[in-house]
Design a protein around this ligand. Structure first.
Ligand code: PLP
Length: 218
């Protein structure tokens, strides 16, 4: 089933859009099944689980951290992360930069945008994003690679499109205002229920869990 789901998604996904398979709460076997189909980018949202999977699964897997990250959990995530997509406070950004300096590692990050989805209180507002991007020189151990966002959790397609349009507009403004940020080129939007819509808004990455692995066991 995992192979079949992956295959169908990959058929529809334009070649420039990266698929991150969100494997949170799913066992090693599920990840290995996707991996054997050629899937190499996986997303996890809990530090302990992230570290355990990163340490025990094949070393060429590209691990994306997509969950809320507390500053006392950095050592579980930053050594293994290809990309931390969920930087949502200045405090966290500062802590990541400090960790990077101590460990001589530049950390790739996305800034998480809060675009009005009621369910999620996480993320910077658009004006906070602008403010952060004006102070990137203060974070030499952080590589600013783009934005991540979630649309409102609703069946209302127009509401989802409006969210995606707002984040895309913000992304375009950020890029126009900061040509010096050469790596700022990722727009991570789109999940199982709305990734096809996200394609219309220039996403460069989609994060899909349920539509690949089935329902999560909590
Ligand atoms: C769980 C999660 C996803 C994947 O959700 P699905 O609906 O299962 O595709 C994507 N992004 C984030 C930030 C998540 O926490």
């Amino acid at each position: 089933m995992i192979a079949y789901n992956l295959d169908n998604i990959k058929k529809e996904l334009p070649s420039g859009v990266k698929l991150v398979a969100v494997s949170k709460f799913h066992p090693f076997e599920a990840i290995l099944e996707a991996y054997s189909e050629g899937q190499t980018a996986f997303g996890e949202n809990r530090p302990q689980e992230f570290a355990m999977k990163a340490l025990q699964l094949p070393p060429d897997i590209e691990w994306h951290f997509i969950g809320h990250l507390q500053t006392n959990k950095l050592k579980l995530v930053l050594p293994y992360a290809y990309l931390v997509e969920s930087i949502d406070t200045l405090h966290l950004l500062e802590a990541v930069n400090t960790w990077g300096e101590k460990n001589a590692k530049i950390i790739n990050i996305l800034l998480e945008v809060h675009i009005g989805a009621e369910e999620s209180k996480q993320g910077f507002t658009p004006s906070e994003i602008k403010a952060v991007l004006n102070m990137t020189a203060e974070f030499p151990y952080v590589r600013f690679c783009g934005l991540m966002g979630m649309a409102s959790h609703t069946d209302d397609e127009e509401a989802i499109r409006a969210d995606f349009a707002r984040i895309k507009a913000l992304y375009d403004e950020c890029r126009a205002e900061h040509p010096e940020l050469e790596d700022f080129k990722e727009l991570s939007i789109g999940m199982s229920d709305d990734w096809r819509l996200a394609l219309d808004y220039g996403c460069t990455e989609v994060r899909i869990g349920t539509a690949i692995f089935g329902n999560r066991q909590y």
